[in-house]
Ligand binder design. Structure first.
Ligand code: BG6
Length: 304
């Protein structure tokens, strides 16, 4: 498989396929401008991005599974076609099936128009017998990952069924931080959120000022379309996350007890990661009509 992928898509010095962890195939990209990224076909999962002259942007769990039936922990899982569990369907897989599906490579190319000779890869996923047993819609998903000074991802969902489809999504990005207690998140000031840790209350809660971390945080911000900034005071760097096609944003850190409960997550992992997720979740789940396409995109860049 690796050989045939390389025969079709490799680009000398810029793009090649290798056997990654667990023998799962991954695409390695290195731009002429000095950026690099890795994308597993399993889940179309971006596991690494380094901007030119920069350090790793994404956090990866050193205890992650790399197996066909398990999600990868860290990087950018694609949660689709639902976020969490659909209402009253505890039997369905958490965060959907896209992250545990085998995606196809459609194209790898260099974007001639971009100053830093950006590289792009497009992966796709279509309905099959397994997906139809979980979710009754024929679909086409195209996921484009663009690597240059910034990391951009775009997920295009086309509803090829004859029924409207309700779709929840998360571009579930794990960012690498030096120390979570020295991180501040801005861009959500004055925004309201569903507190996923407070089942007793259905009221939205308000964020005032910047978000800091000293306990478990699991929030779905509604009406949040603006750019979010993660400020890492130890590394003196800012990560800027902008998006389109999304009016909801998840902020998640599992803190101590939940880290211990997750088998594929190191006990101390919460100290050096933070998820800021571009989503269609809560009241932002989309109803996509037959033949329509919904596009969700996210761009991350680092400001030193
Ligand atoms: C977050 C959710 O997006 O994903 C959390 O808000 C959840 O509630 C987390 O724990 C991780 O989910 P999973 O399925 O990858 O363990």
């Amino acid at each position: 498989m690796i050989q045939s992928l390389n025969e079709r898509f490799a680009m000398e010095g810029l793009a090649n396929f290798e056997a990654g962890e667990g023998g799962l195939p991954k695409l390695c990209l290195s731009t002429l401008g000095g950026a690099s990224a890795e994308i597993y076909l399993h889940g179309a999962h971006v596991t690494s991005f380094r901007p030119p002259q920069g350090t790793e942007l994404l956090w990866m769990s050193r205890a992650s599974d790399f197996a066909k039936d398990r999600p990868i922990r860290g990087g950018i899982p694609i949660c689709w076609p639902w976020f969490g569990k659909p209402a009253e369907r505890d039997d369905l897989p958490q965060h959907g099936f896209a992250r545990t599906s085998a995606w196809q490579v459609e194209a790898v190319s260099q974007n001639e128009g971009s100053a830093e000779a950006e590289l792009s890869a497009t992966l796709s996923l279509q309905h099959n017998e397994d997906s139809l047993s979980l979710w009754p819609h024929e679909f086409d998903l195209q996921y484009q990952v663009s690597v240059g000074n910034q990391l951009s991802v775009e997920l295009r969902f086309t509803n090829n069924s004859d029924q409207p489809a309700s779709v929840g999504t998360a571009i579930h990005t794990y960012f690498d931080v030096a120390n979570i207690e020295s991180v501040q998140v801005s861009g959500l000031d004055g925004r309201r959120y569903v507190d996923q840790l407070d089942a007793s209350s259905s009221d939205l809660k308000l964020t005032e000022g910047e978000i800091t971390f000293g306990e478990e945080v699991d929030r779905i911000y509604v009406d949040s379309e603006d750019e979010v900034t993660i400020r890492d005071a130890v590394l003196n760097k800012r990560i800027l996350v902008s998006k389109s096609g999304s009016r909801s944003t998840v902020v998640w850190n599992p803190w101590i007890a939940k880290s211990q409960r997750m088998a594929d997550f190191p006990d101390d992992g919460y100290q050096t990661m933070l998820c800021v997720e571009t989503t269609n979740a809560a009241d932002d789940v989309r109803r996509v009509m037959p033949g329509e396409t919904h596009v969700l995109s996210q761009t991350c860049r680092v400001d030193l």
